[in-house]
Design a protein around this ligand. Structure first.
Ligand SMILES: Cc1cc2nc3c(=O)[nH]c(=O)nc-3n(C[C@H](O)[C@H](O)[C@H](O)COP(=O)(O)O)c2cc1C
Length: 408
């Protein structure tokens, strides 16, 4: 794949050199573009030596120190047409602001406007710059535009503080870029909302009820969907998994929080996959103080949590809704009942309570039931493989429903 790497003027510019190596190791051809500020941090010669290509350092021939780099007067248009992916690392606060607002005052920002392929942004900056309302607004504009993000990591920053802002590891950025080399881009244009993990329902300030869901199935789905070109929002309960690169995550704790997050994203979604194991009951009036142990029994009166799947089923309109049914008994009957009562287009049923597959495991075995009356068995296989099969079936079902005149 042909990758154009834009290097911004941040302290992490030197790490872009490692990124060139990581991209080349994966077989990609890299053309480096440096902003004027980037050249204050690293010499173009470093990138030229690593990439084996002249580095583009300016928009106008003669305007920069490397005036011989431009092979045509409209090189930015040529590069925009010739390359498959544009990755910007480090994407400084300044570059994010220019991209968000369409400012084109140097080669990289002009190339960005002329480029029609996938864009991967790896921001890096001081935590206060990252958290600033202006940067956050620019980020949401760029995420909305469908760009993929290698979000910065938490850690020690060059400015001597700690917090979010450190450039993602070059290998992780290269992995994200590599996804665009995938031949299957059949989910481009889709905005998929995925829920994952358990919920925690507090009993007092220190105790809660939860379940054994690890979130692995939902995270595998998010990972597979983003690799196939979808814009993915992941509403996740408390799990110990890293958010897949390129996925926008909303972290929640309780069923009520999950319901609110799902409803706020519903309008923008074309497909909703509810893989989370949401608690069925919760304590509606949580005491403010820790309950004391006494010799007496502890009666607990729990209320049903909001039925998120049913509410989405009522409000989904033309969107596709996929539910999960995790059962220990009468799996298929329960899954069919769920499909009808919750107005789902597909239910992925998995037997839980057995060793090796289901909750917490890396493998899964599922039965996929569709509104068109199909029953498809998948697994036992890695959850990443099961995720691909589920996405295949979602696309296939949509074609079937359209063919039989049902709009989904
Ligand atoms: C020593 C130093 C380090 C800097 N590091 C960063 C940084 O990590 N991230 C950032 O957004 N800006 C950083 N800046 C500010 C940018 O260099 C400045 O906003 C510049 O205009 C960005 O240019 P660009 O649009 O070419 O990236 C730094 C500035 C200096 C002097």
């Amino acid at each position: 794949m042909r990758v154009v790497l834009g290097v911004g003027g941040g302290i992490a510019a030197y790490k872009a050199a490692e990124l060139v190596r990581a991209l080349e190791k994966r077989g990609h051809q890299v053309q480096v573009v440096m902003t004027a500020a980037a050249q204050q941090f690293v010499q173009p010669l470093t990138f030229a030596a690593l990439s084996g290509q002249k580095v583009i350092t300016g928009l106008f021939a003669g305007a920069t120190s490397s005036e011989d780099t431009l092979s045509s007067a409209v090189e930015h248009i040529g590069v925009a047409q010739d390359y498959d992916v544009l990755v910007v690392a480090p994407a400084t606060a300044d570059l994010l602001a220019k991209f968000a607002n369409g400012i084109a005052d140097d080669f990289l920002t002009t190339l960005y406007l002329a480029f029609t392929g996938p864009v991967v942004l790896a921001p890096a900056m001081n935590s206060n710059m990252w958290n600033h309302a202006a940067t956050q607004r620019n980020l949401s504009v760029l995420r909305e535009r469908g760009h993929s993000f290698a979000d910065p990591e938490d850690g020690w920053l060059a400015c001597g503080t700690t917090g979010p802002g450190r450039l993602a590891e070059p290998d992780r950025i290269a992995e994200l870029v590599g996804r665009f080399a995938q031949t299957k881009h059949d989910l481009e244009g889709e905005h998929i909302l995925i829920t994952a993990g358990p919920t925690q329902e507090p009993l007092d300030p220190v105790r809660y009820i939860t379940n054994r869901s690890s979130g692995k199935m939902g995270y595998a789905l998010a990972n597979a969907a983003v690799a196939r070109g979808a814009l993915v929002t992941l509403v996740s309960g408390p799990v110990s998994l890293p958010v897949p690169l390129g996925v926008t995550a909303i972290h929640v704790r309780t069923a009520v929080e999950m319901r609110d997050a799902v409803m706020s994203c519903l309008e923008d979604s074309s497909i909703i996959i509810k893989a989370a194991a949401v608690a069925d009951y919760y304590l509606s009036a949580v005491p403010h103080r820790k309950m004391k142990k006494t010799a007496a029994r502890l009666p607990l009166e729990l209320d049903p949590t909001p039925d998120i799947l049913a509410e989405v089923g009522q409000k989904k309109g033309g969107r596709m809704l996929i539910g999960f049914a995790a059962e220990t008994d009468h799996l298929i009957d329960e899954a069919r009942r769920k499909m009808v009562t919750k107005n789902c287009d597909m239910v992925v049923a998995n037997l839980v309570g057995q060793e090796g597959t289901g909750f917490e495991a890396d493998l899964n075995e599922v039965t996929i039931l569709t509104r068109a009356g199909e029953t498809i068995h998948a697994g036992p296989a890695e959850k990443s493989e099961i995720a691909e099969r589920i996405l295949d079936q979602i696309l296939r079902l949509r074609l079937t429903l359209r063919a039989i005149g049902e709009t989904a």
